[in-house]
Design a protein around this ligand. Structure first.
Ligand code: ADP
Length: 627
């Protein structure tokens, strides 16, 4: 008897490719995947034994009968094992299959194995006589049992189809049918060995249809994620817009309160009232700084925080921070020391506002969390820490170290320090005001400038926050000692502001809130300028037609015609005598990047509400000084 083994060889080749593919990186190790791999190996063994027996049967006269019987028995066992693995694989997809189903399946498989064993003694399935393969009396029983196993599994799959999507169930039914069809064909044309080929087909189906991730589902999920991301962005933008609007709404009345309060502080002689007013000033400023923090955070989160580089003098940042914090430090009895390397360069190119904010946040924390001792700010510049930036060329590092002798931070808390809305040792620090946003904002600002921030701290003894920011040096002129320069500056400042007067100059203030106009007029009182006011855009336009002003302060947001519209009506009206008058826009809209957008709009300056007297006088002096 001759057998055609070409389908067996084809099956072995296909299965070998699958086995190599599966044992490399292509698939993850799920239980289904392991079973498929086991199925592939068992079919390969089956096909090899099938080929061997095909030869030994063919050359039967040269092979002793017992050896042929043993080889064919091994083949039968291998086939039963293959079917058993295939059924395990299917049961793995249907976890709801009942215990009875599993027992029936096993019984049928054991029965097959038992028949094969029995055959060794009875020859009921097959035997050999003088090298010739002879079918036994119940030869077909092996096939019938195999078909029974398949049929039973079909019933189990249909019964438990709810476990899997319909497509998967359809594929599993195909998986069951293919080897069966090939087995039946082999029964008819017994000289062509087809079963292993059918099983190789099944292995392919299992691998691609059942064990390969569904990339269509993956793509669908990715699309959904993209849509969700868009929606989240829209929501985040809505949140930022809401915060920006809220800031405007809150800052406007605070502007009124603090402005009025400044006048009480200035004009009132009753010490009790002055004390109340001082408390209003402290609480009002605290409220303002919380609003600013929340706004900054929302800007950072929505990616609207911009770094706007320009040339700046480092001394002026240090001086601002010094002025802003020295009162609080001395009220707490702390030494507040600002020191620098006098040989460091004086002028840099970078974002002055952001650096000031970083320095200020660290100083104000130092003061906040220190009961006694000192807060020291040390500033230096390191040419050795070179960073190359394609836009700005070579840069060294600006180093700002803020150290305090305060409460310190526990080692285990250092990781939580920079998280937003996180305050350490809440119960101990309850009496200290804070939102837990400052350091998060600071860290974000530092990394936006490609810098780093580090903390070292000894609990109970104090902390050191060190910031390193790449900055381009503009002028290598020596900065000089901060302390000395600061003292010179104080003297000139006192003389400067106290003498700024502009008698005869005419100012127009436009704001829809009457109280704001009162505040404004109060802040400018000492300058001896003549101050007119208008409560709306159209009223302002009317007034500019008749009186020539030296400077106009224009509120942005007003009902009806807003400040920008009114500004353009004045500028674009060829007959208006105030066409060239400098216009300063006033706004409570504290969004970053606003200044540059107002200047682009054509305004000459920008003042953020609540307007501070020193800022107002500085702007007025700068503008009027040029004329
Ligand atoms: P907060 O508004 O609470 O000050 P921050 O983000 O600025 O928020 O700081 C977060 C927490 O880190 C603070 O609540 C405080 O516990 C701790 N912390 C910050 N700076 C210091 C410091 N210089 N010394 C000790 N603890 C500090």
């Amino acid at each position: 008897m001759y057998y055609n083994i070409s389908f067996d060889i084809a099956a072995i080749l296909v299965l070998a490719v699958i086995a190599i593919g599966m044992s490399t990186v292509l698939y993850t190790d799920t239980s289904g995947h392991k079973l498929v791999r086991r199925y592939v190996y068992s079919v390969i063994i089956c096909a090899i034994v099938d080929i061997i027996t095909a030869y030994t049967i063919c050359y039967g006269s040269m092979v002793p009968d017992p050896l042929n019987i043993i080889l064919n028995t091994i083949y039968q066992y291998a086939s039963v094992f293959c079917v058993a693995v295939a059924m395990r694989t299917i049961l793995n997809y249907y976890p709801s299959a009942s215990r009875t189903s599993i027992i029936i399946n096993r019984t049928l498989l054991y029965a097959q194995a038992a028949f094969v064993t029995l055959n060794l003694f009875t020859g009921w399935l097959f035997t050999f006589e003088d090298g010739v393969y002879i079918h036994g009396k119940i030869y077909y029983i092996a096939y019938v049992l195999s078909l029974l196993v398949v049929f039973h599994m079909l019933v189990v799959v249909v019964k438990n189809r709810a476990d899997r999507p319909a497509t998967i169930t359809r594929i599993i039914i195909l998986f069951l049918f293919l080897p069966t069809i090939f087995t039946v064909i082999q029964m008819i044309f017994s000289s062509i060995l087809l079963i292993a080929f059918g099983e190789a087909f099944s292995a392919l189906i299992m691998l691609f249809a059942l064990e390969t991730p569904d990339y269509r589902a993956l793509m669908k999920t990715m699309n959904e994620l993209e849509i969700a991301r868009e929606e989240a962005n829209i929501a985040s933008r809505a949140k930022s817009d809401f915060l920006a609007n809220m800031s405007h709404e809150i800052r406007t009345p605070i502007n009124g309160i603090l402005g009025m309060n400044t006048m009480i502080l200035r004009d009132c002689d009753d010490p009790q009232v002055v004390e109340y007013a001082e408390n209003i000033r402290i609480a009002g400023n605290g409220l303002l700084s919380i609003i600013n923090d929340i706004l900054d955070l929302s800007k950072i989160e929505s990616g609207r925080m911009e770094i706007l580089p320009a040339n700046y003098e480092l001394f002026s940042i240090m001086n601002d921070c010094y002025q802003m914090n020295r009162m609080r430090a001395s009220e707490k009895g702390l030494d507040f020391i600002m020191e620098n390397d006098p040989n460091m360069p004086a002028q840099y190119y970078g974002d002055e506002v952001t650096i000031r904010q970083i320095m200020n946040n660290l100083i104000s924390n130092g003061i906040k969390y220190t009961k006694e001792g000192s807060v020291t700010v040390s500033v230096s510049f390191s040419e050795d820490d070179k960073v190359y930036d394609p836009d700005r060329g070579e840069q060294g590092a600006l180093l700002i170290a803020v150290s305090d002798t305060g409460i310190g931070i526990k080692e285990e808390d250092l990781d939580n320090l920079f998280k937003s809305f996180t305050r350490l040792e809440e119960s101990r620090n309850r009496h200290i005001e804070g939102t837990g946003l400052g350091l998060n904002i600071t860290q974000n600002l530092v990394s936006m400038m490609n810098g780093t921030i580090e903390v070292t701290s000894e609990y109970g003894k104090g902390s050191v926050f060190t910031v390193k920011i790449p900055q381009k040096v503009v002028s290598h002129k020596r900065m000089g000692d901060f302390d000395t320069r600061q003292k010179e500056r104080v003297n000139s400042d006192i003389i400067g502001t106290s003498t700024f007067k502009a008698p005869g100059k005419k100012v127009l203030v436009v704001d829809d809130v009457k109280m704001n106009i009162l505040v404004f007029t109060g802040l400018l009182r000492g300058t001896e300028m003549t101050i007119d006011s208008a409560l709306s855009g159209p009223a302002a336009i009317e007034m500019t037609k008749n009186t020539k002003y030296d400077i106009i302060f224009m509120d942005h947001l007003m009902p009806g015609m807003d400040g920008i519209e009114a500004f353009h009506m004045i500028r674009d009206d060829e007959g208006n005598i105030n066409r060239d008058t400098p216009v300063v826009v006033l706004t409570a809209n504290a969004i970053v990047g606003m200044r540059s957008s107002y200047l682009e709009e054509g305004f000459d300056e920008y003042l953020s509400k609540p307007v501070e007297q020193k800022d107002l006088l500085k702007v007025a002096e700068e503008i009027l000084g040029d004329r």
